[in-house]
Design a protein around this ligand. Structure first.
Ligand code: NCD
Length: 304
């Protein structure tokens, strides 16, 4: 693996993903000194607790030090500074930057000007490549890998960037089939189904979750992305459209595993949490090891 930046999961290769999953496995439960002497900046210009803390935990476990901006109102962005200038300034202070930004395409702009390692931690409804990596790693740990599996995505498939990013990685493997379950207003954009078409992966779009459950291996639940809606009435109309209950989970195989990028609002009832199918908290833990693997690799490849 040669890269020093990760902007989109679209340009990851299967070889890179397999390599990072192996590395994450080796880093489980460990602390190392791979980032010793490095100052790492987390620049989060959109609300986030878990992704930021997951990165910060990964950085500290690798022996790195942290500086951060967690609130756009604290930064010069508020004074009208361009994103490009913010990045050029931040890289004078830090040896790598992890950025979350509310606008689609912001990560690409930042990566174009930065000389140092850079990771996109989510840019608007566009991409969230480290979530895709940790989801793929979780699928491998929970059901042995993507090949031959039936994966069902449920909820806000229009704005959910974790779904968008993960589809690029699934297309590197051979899933048997993909179901997209959403209300018509939140359908998966054609840009993403075209990735599956190109890779010859069968998929179907539906509003009905129940018929998909008996054959599903991975049930990927998502939150309705309130902050992306222009009309709050439309959000209120769609909120609560899918709620996974223990009774619904019983309609699936015992071996089915439930993933969710979190935070959850109301789409998975708390009664599901204790069921063997619930894998979402293990998914959170996997994220720390996957981010450790990625950070270690990007810094190793960097000469600046
Ligand atoms: C996701 C995100 O930020 O896109 N969460 C996360 O990365 N922990 C999913 C979401 O916010 O719904």
């Amino acid at each position: 693996m040669q890269r020093t930046k990760l902007v989109t999961s679209a340009d990851l290769t299967r070889q890179e993903v397999d390599f990072l999953m192996e590395e994450a496995e080796k880093l489980r439960g460990k602390t190392t000194q791979d980032l010793s002497g490095k100052i790492c900046a987390t620049l989060f210009l959109e609300p986030s607790t878990r992704t930021r803390l997951s990165f910060e935990s990964a950085i500290l476990r690798l022996g790195g030090k942290l500086i951060n901006i967690t609130d756009a109102t604290q930064s010069s962005v508020k004074k009208g500074e361009t994103l490009e200038d913010t990045i050029r300034v931040m890289e004078q202070y830090a040896d790598l930057i992890v950025m979350r930004h509310p606008q689609a395409g912001a990560a690409e702009r930042a990566a174009a000007v930065i000389q140092k390692p850079f990771i996109n931690a989510g840019d608007g409804p566009n991409q969230h490549p480290t979530q895709a990596l940790l989801d793929t790693y979780t699928i491998r740990r929970e059901v042995g890998g993507v090949d031959g599996k039936i994966i069902t995505f449920v909820g806000d498939l229009k704005y959910g960037r974790t779904v968008h990013s993960l589809l690029y990685l699934l297309a590197l493997y051979k899933p048997e089939k993909i179901h997209f379950v959403s209300p018509p207003a939140l359908r998966i954009p054609p840009l993403y189904t075209s990735i599956l078409q190109k890779s010859g992966i069968p998929f179907q779009e539906t509003q009905d979750l129940l018929p998909c459950l008996p054959e599903t291996d991975i049930l990927y639940m998502t939150r309705i992305q309130e902050e992306r809606f222009e009309d709050p009435k439309e959000y209120r109309r769609l909120k609560g459209c899918y709620i996974l209950t223990p009774a619904l989970v019983e309609q699936g195989k015992n071996s089915m595993k439930i993933l969710h990028p979190l935070p959850r609002i109301d789409e998975i009832e708390h009664g599901v949490d204790g069921m063997v199918q619930a894998a979402y908290f293990r998914q959170v833990e996997n994220g720390v090891y996957m981010r450790m693997a990625l950070l270690k690799e990007l810094v190793k490849n960097s000469s600046v």
